[in-house]
Design a protein around this ligand. Structure first.
Ligand SMILES: CC(=O)SCCNC(=O)CCNC(=O)[C@H](O)C(C)(C)COP(=O)(O)OP(=O)(O)OC[C@H]1O[C@@H](n2cnc3c(N)ncnc32)[C@H](O)[C@@H]1OP(=O)(O)O
Length: 400
């Protein structure tokens, strides 16, 4: 165990933090040009560092809002840029940074924290539960045809990165949010811009214009597959369709791009019906289903009170949260809302498992089967399945 201090970083320390984070990912430090762009992706006061006295660990966050089932948007921190120098790992630096960060989020009234995890084994111990999942979908473009009866309406506008950087935030803001989606603050768009400008392939975007204005967009790049110089792969890395017309229009455009053999779309929602717009659904393939975001309920009473619930008999749950003990307690979940209660609990779970349940991605009965929920009333899992269920699959769609 080494002694170290944790403190908020000054703006002029962000570059060293970013280089340290990149080093932990085995990437090269920023060049001056790269840092000029990346600097704008840092929220002032949003990063912490660990010092012993050398700079040995860092974690970063930005403020946004998370949409919960029922449609309410609540304040969240997006956590990213977490890394500890390889010669200082496994001596509690991450634990100290996570604890400091969560205490700060709670003090600032944030209700949630979310992150994308580099490894699945890291964040559960800090109360983050795997809360949204996604799939990688690929299409053999030469053999895939759209269904001929697919409705066709709207216009596609193709733009380069400079125009996209100006246009896409406004398009995103107009979209209806499904549970799990988040607002995208300026720092996040700057993060996207930085990634796009760093990319070796040219990044292009298209906006779909429907009768009521822009209602969807996609950003993509085309690269050569290594095995044959004329075989091209198109990667779709950011895509939202706010209407059925935008969904059909964007995929119609992507499938029509010349000199492309394969389209690969990672990070898509599990219930996105791409296969249903193809004349032969076997021309599309689910290559992978995996983690999307991990959710930490920072303020359990507020989070439970804010979401909508399905129609089933009320269920009382007991929640344990060793890191933020104010959350520990018993809550009554009903179709009309949720709040603290003194009634005996039918289900007992830790705050990590509540993070898995909260957005409806995992059913209470499945979590009970997996031994993550203790069942004290055998009727409770089925009722909790309905109470916590969602109409559409929760999904964020924003990578950070
Ligand atoms: C949101 C993001 O930014 S994701 C990116 C995360 N960063 C990376 O993956 C970069 C490479 N890895 C690292 O920098 C470090 O190994 C970190 C940040 C993952 C862990 O930092 P450390 O300071 O070693 O963690 P720390 O010593 O505080 O460990 C806390 C606990 O987590 C466990 N742990 C730490 N890293 C891992 C891991 N990669 N897998 C599983 N368990 C882990 C430790 O064993 C310890 O367990 P315990 O509480 O039961 O004793």
């Amino acid at each position: 165990m080494t002694d170290f201090d944790i403190r908020t970083l000054r703006d002029d320390e962000h570059r060293a933090a970013d280089d340290l984070f990149r080093e932990t990912l085995h990437a090269a430090p920023n060049t001056d040009t790269e840092w000029e762009r990346t600097a704008r992706a840092y929220q002032p006061g949003g990063s912490i560092g660990a010092f012993d006295p050398a700079f040995i660990g860092t974690a970063r966050s930005f403020d946004a809002e998370l949409t919960v089932p029922g449609g309410a948007r609540l304040p969240q921190a997006g956590v990213t840029g977490v890394g500890v120098r390889a010669d200082r790992t496994r001596r509690g630096v991450l634990r100290a940074m996570m604890t400091a960060q969560l205490e700060d989020f709670a003090a600032r009234g944030l209700v949630f924290a979310t992150l994308g995890a580099s490894e699945a084994g890291i964040y559960g111990r800090f109360g983050y539960g795997l809360a949204t999942r996604c799939r990688t979908y690929s299409i053999d473009r030469h053999r895939a045809r759209l269904r001929p009866d697919l409705p066709f309406a709207g216009e596609i506008e193709l733009m380069g990165l400079d125009d996209a950087v100006a246009a896409l935030p406004g398009v995103y803001e107009r979209l209806e949010h499904r549970p799990g989606m988040m607002t995208r603050p300026e720092v996040l768009w700057r993060l996207y811009e930085g990634h796009a400008r760093r990319a070796t392939e040219v990044v292009k975007s298209v906006v779909h214009h429907g009768p009521d204005g822009p209602d969807g967009f996609a950003s993509y790049s085309v690269g050569g597959l290594h095995e044959h110089p004329w075989t091209k792969k198109l990667d779709v890395f950011d895509m939202f369709a706010g209407t059925p017309a935008a969904f059909a229009g964007l995929w119609r455009f992507l499938l029509g791009i010349d000199l492309v053999d394969k389209i690969v779309a990672p990070g898509r929602p599990l219930d996105e019906p791409v296969e249903l717009i193809l004349a032969d659904h076997r021309r599309g393939n689910v290559d992978r289903v995996g983690d999307e975001h991990w959710l930490r309920l920072v303020d359990v009473p507020k989070a439970l009170a804010a979401r909508g619930y399905g129609h089933a008999a009320p269920v009382v749950i007991e929640v344990a949260d060793p890191l933020l003990p104010a959350n520990t307690g018993t809550y009554r979940i009903t179709p009309d809302g949720a709040g603290r209660t003194d009634e005996p609990a039918a289900l007992a779970l830790d705050v990590t498992t509540l993070g898995m349940l909260y957005l409806g991605t995992w059913r209470a009965s499945a979590l009970a089967t997996a031994g993550r929920i203790e069942v004290r009333d055998p009727a409770a899992p089925e009722a909790a399945d309905v109470l916590f269920g969602t109409r559409v699959q929760s999904w964020c769609g924003t990578f950070f």
